[in-house]
Ligand binder design. Structure first.
Ligand SMILES: O=P(O)(O)OC[C@H]1O[C@](O)(COP(=O)(O)O)[C@@H](O)[C@@H]1O
Ligand SMILES: [Mg+2]
Ligand SMILES: [Mg+2]
Length: 329
């Protein structure tokens, strides 16, 4: 069989800047290493929590920190980066003085779906790449660029198969990690999201805190074929954004982690820079849409590195309907 791997695919893109190519291979290499740690699970002593909390007050799992360290280790010496930023680090990570610096910024959620680590359910790594504005040394403000400025975004999902899903702004492609050769083999050359769906994903336990437009939409879905949407809906909630978004990229659907009335939910739960932006770029590039309720997520102007945002993304017609419900509210 003639197999196209990630390296050959990137080499075939004539316009791709060589530094960006090196960076993408280096990020993919970090994901290969994280995948190996995830697969060892209890045998590798990687399950369970640490005593520490991250800047957002969340208890860190061993794998959150391990994955963060692997990403730093694999990427600080590749000569591609001015700095990195992560869910698990309070502020930016500057490239050390003894390493060559490069023109890009790398942001990541090293381990997404932390509550699923210890129960052997799909988890992942999400990443976003921006251009560094050029100031040396890099500053936190360099990262505060709208999602439209991303030059690449993607994720690895550690599930029944390990996959890497990537966009460089010209469609979405998917690779599967061959467990024998440890190669990322292209298995999904043109990922697209159908415009319509009859499947939604939301944490229903938060229903009493939702804003009216979200409540209205879900009530319409639950009414089924006798209600205004005229069809019966199914529901899925994995509680790993990476796995829920992966399902949507594979077969369509609507994913929502909306803002809600709780003190902790007023700004949304998911983080703009390393969760919402990269996933929104992937979803848009696959023909879907991504909004915070009112505006396109990719146009949100970030004020801080760990900023949160409401997220509604997936099949285009369904996202438009939820947007309309927000406008009518
Ligand atoms: O447990 P909840 O409230 O359903 O939240 C689940 C959401 O939180 C997240 O786990 C947040 O990401 P982290 O695990 O990286 O903190 C998302 O992946 C997921 O969609
Ligand atoms: Mg996450
Ligand atoms: Mg995380």
């Amino acid at each position: 069989m003639n197999r196209l791997n990630l390296e050959n695919h990137l080499a075939s893109l004539a316009d791709l800047d060589g530094t960006l190519r090196t960076l993408l291979l280096s990020v993919a290499q970090s994901c290969t290493r994280i995948s190996a740690a995830v697969a060892r699970g209890a045998l590798g002593g990687v399950l369970g929590s640490l005593e520490s909390e991250n800047v957002q007050g969340e208890v860190q799992k061993k794998l959150d920190v391990l994955s963060n360290n692997l990403l730093i280790e694999s990427n600080e010496r590749n000569g591609c980066l001015a700095a990195m930023a992560s869910e698990e680090m309070d502020t930016l990570y500057p490239i050390p003085d003894d390493c060559e610096r490069g023109p890009y910024l790398l942001l990541f959620d090293p381990l997404d779906g932390s509550s699923n680590i210890d129960v052997n359910v799909s988890i992942g790594t999400i990443f976003s790449i921006l251009r560094a504005p050029g100031s040396q040394p890099a500053q936190e403000s360099d990262f505060l660029q709208a999602g439209t400025q991303q030059v690449a975004a993607g994720y690895a999902v550690y599930g029944p198969q390990t996959m890497l899903v990537l966009t460089l702004g010209q469609g979405v492609v998917g690779f599967t990690l061959d467990p024998d050769s440890q190669e990322w083999v292209m298995t999904h050359p043109h990922i697209t999201i159908p415009a319509d769906t009859a499947e939604f994903a939301i944490n229903m336990s938060n229903m009493r805190h939702w804003e009216a437009p979200v409540r209205r939409y879900i009530e319409d879905c639950l009414t089924g074929d006798t209600g205004p949407l005229g069809k019966n809906y199914n529901m899925r909630w994995i509680a790993s954004m990476v796995a829920d978004v992966h399902r949507i990229l594979m077969r369509g659907g609507l994913f929502m982690y909306p803002r809600d009335a709780r003190a902790s939910g007023k700004k949304g739960k998911l983080r703009l820079m390393y969760e919402a932006n990269p996933m929104s770029m992937l979803v848009e590039q696959a023909g879907g849409a991504a909004i915070d309720g009112h505006i396109r997520i990719l146009e949100a102007q970030p004020d801080e590195l760990h900023q949160r945002i409401g997220v509604i993304l997936g099949s285009r017609n369904e996202v438009e309907r939820v947007k309309r419900y927000h406008q009518e509210d």
